[in-house]
Design a protein around this ligand. Structure first.
Ligand SMILES: Nc1ncnc2c1ncn2[C@@H]1O[C@H](COP(=O)(O)OP(=O)(O)OP(=O)(O)O)[C@@H](O)[C@H]1O
Ligand SMILES: [Mg+2]
Length: 258
């Protein structure tokens, strides 16, 4: 079974176009089973502002106190996940929303409790649960909240979560859908970037903020054996049956042919 994990950025959720859903249909037509992981930065920030909490980031990762975690789960699970499930359903896709802590779907450890708080990295994915759903033709839409072995919930950057899920279920590809057409270098979208270039771009600031977790998790997904990772826009068609539009990230030992 060919599988694709699609990470849908909170940055783009309200702006997904019919062209985007048409690309999804193309993928299904090519025999791909889809699994979604969603972000929710803007929804979370809006709610934090209502609570008068200033968002704080460290290399693109959200510092998460106990209070922030409560808001994050409330918003991601109760609002953002619902929104994406509704949109997919309205566009004719059979969809089921899941919190990452349901059925131990996402299990995680703290990254660095001192500096980041309740932020985790995924150690295990209940891939069986995902298999059951996609075999039945359902599209799981996963909220990136995980459980620690103590039962504590942890906030997971959605890009990291998508890459971990993609690795765990043996997906062929992972696609990061965001609010830009790909990685921009000197105001131009680049067609592809290699590992060394990515590292250089992070160092010189060409890649910053929310693009950092995207490219680092892309590289880790490639290490786990995925054949392709792309960054695409949610406003435009990204797959027309033959060609992809966006930036392709290329791992080290990968030779890339057009
Ligand atoms: N070189 C780059 N090219 C393109 N975008 C970049 C680059 N460097 C940094 N960015 C920023 O990365 C942003 C995308 O990441 P961001 O985290 O904001 O969105 P997202 O991951 O799609 O949404 P969410 O975090 O809510 O899931 C772009 O809007 C842009 O501001
Ligand atoms: Mg992001």
């Amino acid at each position: 079974m060919k599988k694709i994990v699609i990470k849908c950025g909170g940055s783009i959720l309200d702006e997904l176009t019919p062209a985007f859903f048409a690309s999804l249909k193309e993928l299904q037509g090519h025999g791909y089973r889809l699994v979604f992981v969603h972000g929710g930065g803007p929804d979370i920030n809006k709610m934090l502002a209502m609570y008068q909490v200033e968002p704080e980031f460290h290399n693109g990762l959200r510092k998460t106190t106990k209070e922030t975690l409560e808001v994050v789960e409330l918003v991601l699970s109760g609002q953002t996940n619902r929104k994406l499930v509704q949109k997919l359903t309205q566009n004719g896709f059979q969809t089921i929303g899941l919190n990452g802590s349901d059925g131990n779907l996402l299990q995680a450890d703290f990254i660095d409790q001192q500096s980041l708080g309740f932020v985790g990295e995924i150690t295990k994915v209940n891939d069986q649960l995902i298999s059951i759903l996609i075999q039945e033709g359902m599209i799981p839409v996963i909220t990136p909240i995980a459980v620690h072995e103590t039962g504590q919930k942890l906030n997971i950057n959605a890009d990291y979560a998508a890459a971990a899920v993609a690795g765990a279920i043996g997906a062929e590809q992972c696609i990061f859908v965001t609010d830009v057409e790909g990685i921009m270098v000197e105001n131009q979208v680049v067609h592809s970037v290699e590992k060394e270039q990515v590292e250089k771009y992070i160092e010189d600031g060409t890649i910053y903020g929310g693009m950092i977790p995207k490219v680092t998790s892309a590289l880790s997904a490639l290490d786990k054996g995925l054949s392709s990772v792309m960054i695409v826009s949610g406003k435009a068609p990204f797959f027309n049956g033959e060609e992809w539009k966006g930036t392709k990230i290329i791992g080290k030992e990968w030779s890339y042919h057009e």
